[in-house]
Ligand binder design. Structure first.
Ligand SMILES: [Cu+2]
Length: 112
């Protein structure tokens, strides 16, 4: 009977590892990029196409969000200021702060 017990333990382990369908993915929360200590965080963010990204300036310094290809630029963001932008098409979107060009970030947009 020892063998039989070992077998059932193995089956339980297998059921735990592989059994059951994965729960449906919950909608991802709206991502926020915090601007703090002259950095965008997270610096690299991956989102699904159609996602709206929000930047929040947590610094005492004024910043902005400027596309590296200059296709858009946020207003100046003072402390607590927010900027939102929706990313519809998959791709890599680099941006920076035009007031402090060493501050860079990237939004990586993937297909849903
Ligand atoms: Cu800045």
């Amino acid at each position: 009977m020892i063998l039989k017990r070992k077998l059932s333990v193995l089956m339980l382990v297998a059921a735990g590892a592989f059994g059951g369908a994965a729960p449906p993915a919950a909608p991802a929360p709206a991502p926020i990029v915090h601007i703090s200590n002259f950095r965008f965080g997270p610096q690299d963010l991956t989102v699904a196409a159609g996602t709206t990204v929000t930047w929040v300036n947590d610094d005492d310094e004024t910043h902005n969000v400027t596309a590296s290809d200059r296709s858009y630029r946020s207003p100046l963001l003072n402390t607590g200021g927010r900027f939102t932008r929706q990313y519809s098409a998959p791709g890599d979107y680099a941006y920076f702060c035009s007031l402090h060009p060493h501050m860079t970030g990237r939004i990586h947009v993937v297909r849903r």
